[in-house]
Design a protein around this ligand. Structure first.
Ligand code: NAP
Length: 251
């Protein structure tokens, strides 16, 4: 299927590793111009060089920004637009929040995770919308978690904040639909990345939770992002789509 992403311009937050990196790779395979992001200038530099070599392209750039810090998302969008001379696709993928039960989580931690998971998204969208509206084309994609639909034990801030983001995206999708802009949320299931190791979930534990009996590969979610970023997905908006091997029990 021709996705028609060639020459489109995408910013992918949190893309020096894991799911975000797979999304950047998938978009680059479609010849999209891509800005990668993470907190580490060194990791970005090496990711950009790796992508330039493996995709034989110069249309890959990097912007270091820490989404846990106020105004960094806004700056990153501005710099990405300057580097690519435009922006068609915004993918917000943040670092995962801290673990803890309700009584473990301090107010400071809630505010930290609110900035990381919520405000970074709000600011990135605000900074991207004028350009997308001008072009009458935009794809806004947010990576959250299964936790947005079914609480995961010990991931209290993720459970609370990410459920709200689904509501925000539905509301935003309705507001911008007439401008040719779609807004969709991806809910990764148990996916084989460093984050999963950090959460100390062994493959055996996960297998028991997933009807497909295996971990997801980041590219399985990434290719869906490329499709949703394309013109072909122009009538899909306001959706929360899990890529989880059947792990969500509800429907
Ligand atoms: N893997 C799973 O099973 C799973 C399941 C459900 C939900 N999720 C969610 O999906 C998202 C991505 O997960 P992942 O598994 O791909 O994580 P990962 O392997 O830890 O990768 C995270 C990426 O984000 C970057 N990053 C981390 N903190 C950042 C910050 N403050 N500002 C900018 N970039 C930042 C990291 O680079 P630097 O360290 O260089 O900044 C890295 O490139 C997370 O929000 C996670 O909660 C993952």
């Amino acid at each position: 299927m021709q996705l028609g992403l060639e020459g489109k311009k995408a910013l992918v937050f949190g893309s020096s590793g894991g799911i975000g990196k797979a999304i950047a790779e998938s978009l680059l395979k479609e010849k999209t111009h891509v800005v990668v992001n993470s907190r580490s200038a060194d990791k970005i530099k090496s990711t950009v060089v790796e992508f330039q070599n493996s995709f034989a392209t110069k249309n890959v750039y990097g912007v270091a920004a820490d989404l846990t810090k106020k105004d960094e998302a806004t700056r990153a969008v501005r710099e990405a637009k300057d580097l690519m001379n435009g922006l068609d696709v915004l993918v917000v993928n943040t670092g995962g929040p801290a673990k803890g039960s309700f009584e473990d989580i301090s107010t400071e931690q809630w505010l930290f995770d609110y900035q990381n998971l919520w405000i970074s998204f709000v600011d990135a969208v605000k900074a991207s919308l004028p350009e997308m509206k001008k072009n009458k084309y935009g794809r806004i994609l947010l990576v959250t978690s299964l936790a947005a639909k079914e609480p995961l034990k010990g991931l209290t801030t993720s459970n609370g904040l990410r459920a709200g983001l689904s509501g925000l995206c539905k509301s935003l999708a309705n507001e911008v639909a007439a401008c040719g802009i779609t807004v969709n949320v991806l809910l990764p299931g148990y996916t084989d990345t460093d984050r999963l190791k950090e959460l100390k979930l062994t493959e055996e534990t996960v297998k028991a939770l997933v009807p497909m009996g295996r971990l997801g590969h980041p590219r399985e979610l990434a290719d869906l992002v490329s499709f949703l970023a394309s013109e072909r997905a122009g009538y899909i908006t306001g959706q929360c789509i899990a890529v989880d091997g059947g792990a969500l029990r509800g429907y």
